[in-house]
Design a protein around this ligand. Structure first.
Ligand code: FE2
Length: 452
């Protein structure tokens, strides 16, 4: 389906819907908003917390009562997730790619993916294809003498969660681009996008049929690695989740006491605005984050884990409003550092942690863009732990803007805008070039209109 004509519609609908929302909510105490990071973070935190408490109280229930609702739901889900972990070793649903391609996924499986907010796609790519991409990445790095020129990590984004993964700041290899623009990737991304409600509040917020590229990096973790892993966190945002007007609208039911109406799959207002600027921010709207496995990985070898409860974001957003959190503290969340999920403030959620099942090269792994996740620790890792990060980012006004910057980075071999300015590939002739793009690739970079 064509998207371009609808883009104007979405923008004007957004403005109309915003006005209507303002009118509808005029009875409620308003929220102050900071469209850029506040200069005085602590006083802004105090101010927004007071305003949120007032707004929730106007619903006739206290913050504690509203939080109690979400806490009870989380407790039920944690029990369910723990039971699934005990019975099957994991609460992550798995689906064969062939079922996605043939459209034969049952309603029960779709419901389970929505309930858990995550999915493993078995055989997304042939194992040999994935292993061949892995070898070609090594060749790409070696042929450009990456070992000799690497200058070390370009950001300290993960400082608040305790460790750095083995990330290579490479974006434009043939392996990554072939996977991104493949028919198989488009097929899976369409399914993932369809888990969301893209039409709500009188607007269509994104086109579930068309992807935008969000070029990300690769991880290659060698055998024998001993790693502390990566602490539990979310990537959805930081203080902006409470402080920017677009997020205040996206989470309107969390912030106005109507928590029972909160739907983590409603895309309303999520495709407008962006996060506060930072060294590693996410400008794009991602229905799911994901990676494609380039090696076999055993479940006990330091792999990804999540709290497979999409509603947990509501808990994270309300938790700082309780009385035991200092008035100028958002449970440790601050601008430019990833949003930490910790035992101190969120122990109930962390009881629901669920690790991945064993995965094979060619499987892909997906989790809702708001979902809590981390990486387990490992000692003397058996086998490699190699992945390409490729999310599902559907075409929408926010992603269209980012796709234009991604196209410019692609043309010049630069690091994309959201990432540290390392630019290793600018002089690498054997990177993927404009002529190598197929129709999916051209559409995802905004070079062609989507086919009808
Ligand atoms: Fe993350």
């Amino acid at each position: 389906m064509a998207y371009s004509p609808r883009n104007d519609l979405v923008r004007s609908d957004y403005q109309r819907a915003t006005r209507e929302l303002d009118d509808e909510m005029s009875e409620l105490p308003s929220l102050p908003a900071w469209q850029l990071p506040p200069a005085d973070e602590r006083s802004a935190v105090r101010e927004i917390k007071q305003a949120l408490r007032r707004r929730i109280a106007a619903s006739g229930r206290s913050v504690e009562e509203v939080f109690g609702e979400i806490e009870a739901l989380i407790a039920d889900r944690v029990t369910e997730v723990r039971a699934a972990n005990a019975a099957h070793g994991t609460a992550w649903p798995s689906v064969d790619y062939s079922e996605i391609a043939s459209g034969t996924i049952s309603g029960a499986v779709r419901d389970l993916v929505r309930r858990r907010g995550c999915l493993v796609v078995r055989g997304h790519f042939a194992r040999e294809q994935a292993l061949s991409w892995d070898r070609s990445l090594v060749d790409y790095l070696d042929s450009n003498r990456f070992d000799e020129i690497y200058r070390g990590p370009g950001d300290d984004f993960f400082a608040t969660v305790g460790s750095k993964p083995e990330i290579f700041p490479i974006y434009w290899s043939h392996a990554q681009m072939e996977a991104r623009q493949s028919e198989r990737m488009a097929t899976v991304q369409r399914l993932l996008n369809s888990m969301w409600r893209c039409e709500s509040e009188g607007s269509q917020w994104f086109d579930p049929e068309r992807s935008a590229f969000y070029p990300d990096r690769v991880r290659r973790r060698p055998e024998g690695t001993t790693s502390a892993g990566l602490g539990n966190h979310i990537d959805a945002g930081t203080l902006d989740l409470w402080m920017k007007a677009e997020y205040q609208q996206a989470f309107r039911h969390v912030f106005d006491g109507s928590i029972e109406q909160f739907d983590p799959w409603d895309a309303a207002y999520r495709t407008e605005g962006s996060q506060y600027p930072g060294t590693t921010m996410t400008s794009a709207f991602r229905t799911f984050q994901g990676w494609t496995a380039l090696s076999d990985m055993q479940a006990d070898q330091g792999v990804l884990r999540s709290v497979p409860i999409p509603e947990a974001i509501a808990y994270l957003l309300l938790r700082p409003l309780l009385d035991d959190v200092p008035d100028d503290d958002m449970c440790g969340v601050t601008v430019s550092k990833t949003f930490p999920v910790t035992d101190r403030w969120h122990s109930v959620l962390l009881e629901g942690v669920s690790g991945l099942p064993d995965v094979q090269a060619g499987d892909s792994v997906w989790w809702h863009g708001d979902m809590i996740h981390g990486v387990a620790s490992v000692t003397d890792q058996q086998g490699w732990g190699n992945v390409m990060y490729i999310p599902a980012a559907p075409w929408c006004s926010r992603n269209e803007v980012y796709a234009a910057t991604a196209l410019e980075a692609f043309r010049t071999g630069s690091s994309p805008d959201d990432f540290p300015e390392e630019h290793y590939e600018r002089l690498w002739d054997n990177r993927f070039h404009l002529d190598d793009l197929n129709e999916y690739g051209r559409q995802a970079l905004g070079l062609a209109d989507a086919a009808s």
